[in-house]
Design a protein around this ligand. Structure first.
Ligand code: HEM
Length: 480
């Protein structure tokens, strides 16, 4: 048996020949991970090098912390395929049936899937996203106009608490905005989408009502999938079904679930993080100036690199025994790439410095290799429209808490702000009630002029989106 010792002078030497199960890995998801994940990654790196055994809620896995090693895994889908069928411990019945991460990994959709069907499915995703991602296409223009209108509705609603006041920009803006964009993309017929959006929130928040919410949501998405297969429109489900006619109603519904989750959670995190970056000036050279110079995208690029919404990726599995870092990863062992840890790797971290002149393009926040995010442009443009509109409408926003006291929420996969308390001052004319906004008809073309009506108070759409609007109205605080 070959032995290789990790010689970092700190942790105990680790015999390379040991199996993952026998290494008695330490739990990853501790209180420290919740509050200071960078320290946890650092400790693991010191102790184990670029690849560390960890315990994920009772299941052992390899966490890839090294930038080079992460890149190696992501680039080579043959050596490190996805697909739970490749997981040795799962085939041996060693993954508990009630493993908390089971529900999010056992849903078979494009993000998780390996195997022969994957390539066709990914190709279909690329085709179905194209109309919404290329800014020259009418679908992309309509989406942009709709998101502008949604942003205005949300800001106006929030402003009903007063021209100046306190708000939670996460609950009142960053979270609902992408959900509304998702509803548009999915082509939900009127208020049906509204309830589904609320259920998506319940699922993401993993509270006591998450399970019935998930059941309801899947039924709604199955209905939607069936409708779009039968009577296609100009929306994402119809484009996906057209690009992949073999998809069953259930399979299409699972893909829609994946889209809804990605748009609502990840884009919301990106919006909140960008807002914090802009108002706290964490970035160099006065970001507010950069923003007004039309560089929201550049700010966002930095934000997504420094604070990747998807901190750890879904697992891959070693196709055969493979040397990675200081260990031999056995065939069928699960391997989790950690973008957050890889970005802190000393071989990459200097690129993240504000004054770095080295290109930061090689960051992993959107993944890398054949399975990188196909929706980067879509996600960025929804977030950019939201952030731009916010700073156009607010004359002044400041954090209501010191930046290092903002509350974060972490899961094994993502990290985002739990809330974003701000003090604001709105600009522009008095808020007035308007009979209708640009986004009354989700899925229909929104006239550009209406979409940019900064003062409209939601009329019909508010009534239609009753459950969402009731919730948001409940969050309005009176100002001053
Ligand atoms: C800020 C927002 C987003 C971020 C940071 C993000 C990031 C990522 C990352 C890192 C991956 C690679 C995961 C891996 O290698 O295991 C990924 C994959 C993927 N993302 Fe995104 N994403 C975002 C938004 C979206 C949105 C809005 C959609 C859908 C409309 C989407 C659809 C996908 C899909 C389908 C994959 C799987 C690709 C494959 O395995 O072939 N993402 N995303």
């Amino acid at each position: 048996m070959e032995f290789h010792l990790v010689d970092d002078g700190e942790g105990p030497p680790q015999p390379d020949g040991t199996r993952l199960e026998d290494l008695a890995p330490q739990p990853l998801l501790t209180r420290d991970y919740e509050t200071r994940p960078e320290l946890v990654y650092e400790r693991l790196r010191k102790h184990h090098g670029p690849v560390a055994p960890v315990d994920l809620l009772g299941v052992p896995a390899w966490l890839v912390l090294g930038y080079r090693e992460s890149f190696e895994v992501l680039q080579n889908d043959t050596a490190w395929p996805k697909g739970l069928e490749n997981w040795r411990a799962r085939s041996e019945g060693l993954v508990p049936a009630d493993w908390p991460l089971g529900p999010s990994l056992e849903v078979n959709h494009v993000l998780i899937q390996g195997g022969p069907g994957y390539r066709t499915l990914r190709g279909a995703w690329d085709m179905a996203l194209r109309p919404f991602q290329d800014p020259r296409n009418p679908q992309a223009k309509r989406l942009r106009a709709a998101v502008t209108g949604y942003a205005d509705e949300l800001i106006t609603l929030l402003g009903q608490g007063g021209r100046t006041g306190l708000a939670d920009l996460s609950a009142q803006f960053s979270r609902p905005l992408p959900l509304m964009a998702a509803s548009h993309l999915l082509g939900f017929p009127t208020s049906r989408g509204d309830d589904a959006l609320m259920d998506m929130w319940r699922v993401l928040d993993a509270g006591p009502d998450a399970e019935p919410a998930l059941e309801r949501l899947l039924v709604t998405l199955c209905d939607l999938a069936a409708t779009k297969i039968e009577k296609p429109g100009d929306d994402f489900p119809s484009h996906l079904a057209a690009a992949h006619p073999e998809l069953s109603v259930d399979a299409l519904a699972r893909e829609l679930f994946m889209l809804l989750g990605m748009v609502s959670d990840h884009v919301g995190i990106l919006i909140s993080n960008t807002v914090v970056e802009v108002i706290s000036g964490e970035s160099e050279g006065g970001v507010r100036t950069a923003l007004s110079a039309g560089m929201v995208r550049e700010t966002m690029n930095r934000v997504v690199m420094r604070k990747p919404p998807l901190v750890n990726f879904v697992p891959r599995f070693a196709a055969e025994d493979t040397r990675l870092g200081n260990y031999t990863v056995r065939a069928g062992d699960p391997v989790w790439v950690s973008a957050a840890a890889a970005h802190a790797d000393p071989v990459f971290a200097p690129r993240m410095a504000p004054d770095s002149s080295i290109s930061s393009r090689a960051h992993l926040s959107w993944g890398a290799g054949p399975r990188q995010c196909p929706a980067r442009e879509l996600a960025s443009s929804i977030a950019a429209v939201g952030v731009s509109r916010l700073f156009e409408r607010f004359g002044h926003i400041e954090l209501a808490l010191p930046v290092d006291q903002l509350p974060w929420r972490s899961s094994p996969f993502m990290r985002g702000l739990r809330s974003l308390p701000v003090r604001y001052e709105l600009t522009g004319p008095e808020l007035r009630a308007a009979p209708r906004t640009a986004v009354d008809d989700v899925g229909e073309a929104a006239p550009e002029s209406a979409a940019s009506d900064a003062t409209a108070v939601p009329g019909h759409s508010a009534r239609r989106r009753s459950s969402l609007w009731r919730y948001l109205t409940g969050l309005i605080r009176s100002g001053n």
